[in-house]
Write a protein of this length. Structure first.
Length: 194
């Protein structure tokens, strides 16, 4: 798994994600740092991770996924943004789930989301590894259907979390959390008191 280096002073997260997405779609990762087990110094957490993973019916062996966040330390009223790019590196098309663009049945939308009703899910775990968002809350999701990811094609999606409790009435308590996107990609989060 390759990891995108932390953004440099003056560089925007959008620029870093764009560079990594271009490398992902081009099928190479020259601008991405390789993780090394031999390197023992502690590195700051990364804002973007690239790796292989299952994306609905797209198998891990041929599917590259980039997941990026805008920040890892959140002060009150700040929003965590989550973005993903998925590329099919295989020789055949594979299916993924997307919301319908209009009434079902019909074409699926190209606007993908990350979240409980999205094409890729995410959850927030507390220090005891308990799912605290979205938790066990019922969601009214739009109609979803299969779309095809053609060989060499990529799709993108976005989502956000406003630090709210699953009930939506209060902010989660300050402390350390873990964001898990698509079941594989983990980011350490810290909710600040002020």
């Amino acid at each position: 798994m390759a990891i995108v280096p932390r953004r440099r002073r003056g560089a925007s997260l959008a620029g870093t994600v764009l560079l990594a997405a271009v490398a992902l779609v081009a099928g190479s990762t020259p601008a991405l740092a390789k993780s090394s087990a031999a390197h023992h110094t502690a590195k700051p957490p990364k804002l973007a991770i690239v790796g292989k993973g299952v994306f609905w019916e797209c198998p891990a062996r041929t599917t590259s996924i980039l997941v990026a966040v805008n920040q890892l330390d959140l002060h009150p009223r700040q929003v965590l943004n989550v973005n993903f790019v998925v590329k099919n590196n295989g020789p055949t098309a594979c299916n993924y789930v997307a919301p319908y663009a209009g009434a079902a049945p019909g074409p699926t939308t190209a606007s993908l989301q990350v979240g409980p009703c999205g094409s890729m899910g995410f959850e927030i775990l507390n220090a005891r590894h308990k799912d605290v968002w979205p938790g066990v809350v019922t969601f009214n999701c739009p109609a979803l259907g299969f779309a095809q990811l053609q060989p060499g094609a990529a799709v993108v999606g976005t989502g956000s979390w406003d630090q709210s409790h699953p009930t939506g009435t209060t902010r989660m308590p300050a402390g350390s959390y873990t964001l898990v996107v698509g079941g594989h990609f983990s980011f350490p989060l810290k909710l600040e008191a002020h």
